[in-house]
Design a protein around this ligand. Structure first.
Ligand SMILES: [Zn+2]
Length: 236
């Protein structure tokens, strides 16, 4: 299939693909792919570890200066590309499908730099049509090797789906796939995990591009939950 649409497409030279998050050096002949880590999932976990450590330190800081100091270790050692390279294209090394919740910003949670993450967000991190299409673009054109579906603690969209309060027609449409993932009697945390797993399954059930990429080994799809209280991301 021909996926087109963005005028700037990342270069596909894989020869410089092993400089990951945490690297301080950027090669002089950098391309948009120069900051790709060898292992995307490990890079996400490493970035979240840095974030969670800073986040927890910040929680115990009692002055503005102490809070700023606690967060100052973020974005220290990331691989950065100059804007002249970013202007030529993007080469994200992970796609994140997550909630629109204002506490759940992937670039923040994974201590990531511009061009690292291809992010799709909506309330309840469901696999809606445009999300799947965007992820197809990420995989087929940008060659993103990892999709993470990430729910989060205290998700209001999942909570709303568990209740029968009146919603607008469009919100009813939004919670329909969340309700499809629910099992009576489960806790909110269990519902949050079930919803993320359901969305991840929908990706390969409804997209031949994504299913084929998983089958041929060029794509890994994983599920996680972000814990707002301590800043950590756990695999589900
Ligand atoms: Zn949410």
């Amino acid at each position: 299939m021909g996926l087109v649409g963005c005028s700037k497409v990342a270069q596909t030279d894989a020869s410089q693909a092993n400089i990951g998050a945490g690297a301080t050096a950027v090669p002089s002949n950098e391309t948009p792919r120069s900051c790709r880590p060898g292992d995307s999932l490990s890079a996400l976990k490493d970035g979240n570890r840095r974030f969670a450590t800073a986040w927890q330190s910040k929680n115990t800081a009692d002055t503005t200066e102490a809070r700023a100091k606690a967060m100052s270790n973020l974005w220290l050692d990331n691989c950065y590309l100059p804007s002249s390279v970013l202007d030529k294209g993007q080469a994200p090394w992970a796609s994140i499908l997550t909630c629109a919740d204002s506490r759940v910003a992937p670039e923040w949670i994974f201590d990531a730099a511009p061009s690292d993450l291809f992010v799709i967000r909506s309330a309840g991190n469901t696999a809606f049509d445009d999300a799947i299409a965007s992820l197809e673009y990420g995989v087929a054109v940008l060659k993103t090797p990892l999709i993470m579906v990430m729910g989060h603690s205290a998700c209001g969209a999942v909570d709303a789906a568990r209740k029968s309060d009146p919603l607008t027609p469009l919100l009813e449409k939004l919670v329909t796939p969340i309700r499809a993932s629910l099992t009576p009697g489960e806790t909110l945390d269990e519902s949050i995990q079930a919803n993320s797993r359901y969305a991840a399954n929908q990706l390969t059930e409804r997209s031949a591009v994504l299913a084929d990429a998983v089958k041929n080994g060029s794509l890994q799809i994983v599920v996680s939950t972000f814990n707002i209280a301590d800043g950590s991301v756990s695999m589900v």
